[in-house]
Design a protein around this ligand. Structure first.
Ligand SMILES: NC(=O)c1ccc[n+]([C@@H]2O[C@H](COP(=O)([O-])OP(=O)(O)OC[C@H]3O[C@@H](n4cnc5c(N)ncnc54)[C@H](OP(=O)(O)O)[C@@H]3O)[C@@H](O)[C@H]2O)c1
Length: 285
């Protein structure tokens, strides 16, 4: 990122946006009160708080199951939102970094997914995220899109937070083992976003190591016990996704290939287990 920057982060009350706001020095955040799908509101915000060199778009309708029934809202946030930001940013010469997801892929394959692989979402959330990417690329080809997966970190709603709560409250957990992807630690993602802020095109970012929710839960249990957390849970059972009635189907196998971004960053992302240790150390302190 250039020396003199001013970043506007949207979705700043969400998981990733919250981490951006904490970690990026000259940064202004907005939540729902500035609707990214409303061009007049976007222009007014920039006028009042800018000039900005960068926009990091972390705003999205991210509730995967709810998106199936709240289609209009998901469409507005995930497609109209990036379109409006792209339109205004390109006109004003502001660099735009937008986040997308491994859920743009069907998850039917058996190898890591590159930026060249054909997306084919298996749920409505994934479809809106893919449409959002296309709209943005169309209106602002120089925008940077980072697809990520299974984000965890302090604050916000995420699986790691839920697991820690369940481990403390429940004696037995049934956890899905037949969905495979790559975990991403929010602070590591933010660091990559900062390094990619002047980039263009589509990139994949996630921590190293392919995993599933069952393994993730087991490792959290082990590490939390070592750190003296008081846990009620005595058994974690692997179950199939079909054991739970979810409104949206999930990709079965959607780990992202991160080789393209590694060439720019100069290093492979660290393993998710190392990131998880940082997360738990932060949680305990
Ligand atoms: N978390 C993951 O595991 C994951 C995985 C892959 C990709 N991603 C992508 O990463 C990005 C950030 O995800 P996240 O987990 O940080 O999401 P999040 O915690 O749900 O935060 C998104 C925030 O954006 C806000 N928002 C939604 N529509 C808006 C609009 N039209 N105008 C202004 N604000 C709006 C939401 O407000 P409300 O709460 O009021 O809706 C929420 O505070 C998203 O693009 C997501 O698709 C996330």
């Amino acid at each position: 990122m250039r020396c003199s920057v001013k970043v506007w982060v949207t979705g700043a009350k969400g998981l990733v946006g919250g981490h951006v706001l904490q970690r990026v020095a000259d940064c202004v955040g907005s939540g729902r009160e500035v609707d990214i799908a409303d061009e007049a509101q976007v222009r007014l915000f920039i006028e009042k708080n800018g000039p900005f060199t960068h926009i990091f778009n972390c705003a999205a309708f991210s509730a995967v199951d709810l998106a199936e029934s709240c289609r209009e809202k998901a469409l507005r946030d995930n497609v109209q939102g990036p379109h409006v930001l792209g339109k205004v940013a390109s006109e004003k010469g502001i660099k735009l970094l937008h986040l997308s997801t491994d859920y743009v892929f069907s998850g039917c394959g058996d190898r890591l997914l590159t930026e060249e692989d054909e997306p084919s979402p298996c749920n409505y959330y994934g479809w809106t995220k893919l449409e959002g990417e296309k709209c943005l690329q169309n209106i602002y080809p120089a925008a940077c899109i980072i697809r990520t997966s299974w984000v965890f970190g302090q604050g916000g709603k995420n699986f790691a937070v839920k697991v820690l709560q369940w481990l403390q409250e429940k004696e037995r957990l049934d956890i899905v083992f037949d969905q495979v992807s790559r975990y991403t630690y929010a602070p590591d993602l933010v660091l990559a976003m900062v390094q990619m802020a002047d980039g263009a095109g589509v990139y994949h970012f996630a921590n190293s190591g392919v995993s599933n929710k069952y393994e993730f839960t087991q490792i959290i249990q082990e590490e939390a016990l070592q750190r003296g957390f008081s846990l009620r849970c005595r058994s974690i059972e692997p179950v199939k996704s079909s054991a739970f009635a979810a409104a949206a189907q999930r990709p079965a196998f959607s780990p992202l290939d991160t080789q393209k971004i590694q060439k720019v960053l100069g290093a492979a992302p660290r393993h998710w287990k190392d990131a998880l240790i940082d997360y738990l150390d932060g949680y305990a302190s």
